[in-house]
Design a protein around this ligand. Structure first.
Ligand SMILES: [Fe+2]
Length: 299
């Protein structure tokens, strides 16, 4: 075990409309667990402990129960092989190791086949508070637990199948579907009997956004509406201006039953909605004050 952090095999950066994006080897890699350094395990613990504390009473009960059922602890970076035994028994999902973000079609294909790609490397100690790209902590701590929940597990697989379809239809369909992923899987809130809770991975893996999404008066909190979400632009560089709230995971899976093709066709003639805008047709749970919002930068 070395004292440095284990690093991904990065190939190069490509310039896209979202800036410079790192491109990694796209193959599945076996998690090089023995290569994690003491620093890597310590980084996991330093991220895990405080974030889990923040999430008790803030993340939805299903998420917290799933983390416990998977045996996630701050003691060491989990072994994918051990997680996969529990996950496989629960919902048939598997975690696979990857070097980083995958091309869209590869990603969709994995999801459709109940394989969730997890970045095997963890951020460096100086990135504890912020890292721009997904690492092991975001992917594993944030995304994997809800794959234990049958209804959410089905939703993720349906999203993968939908992604393959949208990819074949065209860029606009894909953009509409990506917004659905963003506002549910990454940044979704859910109503529980005792109030609003978090289920989105982008929120649960960030202390700042866990507090902001639930407790700040600044962002809008609006009831889930599939087509409305598909039209809504979002933030990639800051907390969201709007969060969409589902009543249950059942609502999410029911929303994905219909064929999206006619929906994409209908949306094609409609303007996108700025990230912070509230419509008169919205069911508004909280109208944001907009405090601290940047005036541009929606994607
Ligand atoms: Fe993510």
């Amino acid at each position: 075990m070395n004292s440095q952090t284990a690093s991904p095999r990065r190939v190069e950066n490509i310039q896209t409309d979202k800036g410079s994006v790192p491109v990694y080897a796209t193959g599945i890699v076996e998690q090089p667990w023995d290569d994690y350094s003491a620093t890597d395990h310590d980084t996991w613990a330093r991220l895990f402990r405080p974030q889990r504390e923040v999430l008790v009473g803030r993340a939805c009960d299903e998420f917290l129960r799933a983390q416990d059922a998977m045996g996630l602890t701050p003691d060491a970076i989990p072994k994918f092989t051990e997680l996969n035994r529990v996950l496989g028994d629960a919902t048939g999902w598997q975690v696979i190791g990857v070097e980083g973000l995958l091309p869209e079609l590869d990603f969709f294909d994995h999801l459709a086949n109940r394989r969730f790609p997890v970045t095997w490397w963890i951020r460096k100690p100086e990135q504890i508070d912020y890292i721009a790209e997904p690492d092991l902590f975001h992917d594993l701590f944030g995304h994997v637990p809800l794959l234990m929940v049958p209804m959410f597990a089905d939703y993720m697989a349906a999203y993968g199948r939908g992604g393959i379809k949208a990819h074949g239809i065209g860029a606009e369909a894909l953009q509409h579907l990506t917004r659905l992923y963003w506002y549910t899987v990454e940044f979704g809130l859910i109503k529980q009997a005792d109030g609003l809770r978090i289920y989105g991975s982008g929120i649960v893996s960030s202390k700042g956004e866990s507090l902001y999404s639930l407790e700040s008066p600044a962002p809008n909190r609006i009831a889930f509406d599939l087509q409305r979400i598909m039209r809504t632009r979002y933030r990639i560089d800051d907390y969201q201006k709007t969060y969409f709230v589902i009543d249950s995971f059942e609502q999410l899976i029911e929303a994905t039953f219909p064929d999206f093709r006619p929906i994409y066709a209908e949306l094609a003639s409609q303007e996108s909605i700025p990230a912070g805008e509230v419509l008169h047709t919205d069911t508004v749970l909280h109208a944001g004050t907009g405090e601290g919002w940047a005036s541009d930068g929606d994607v």
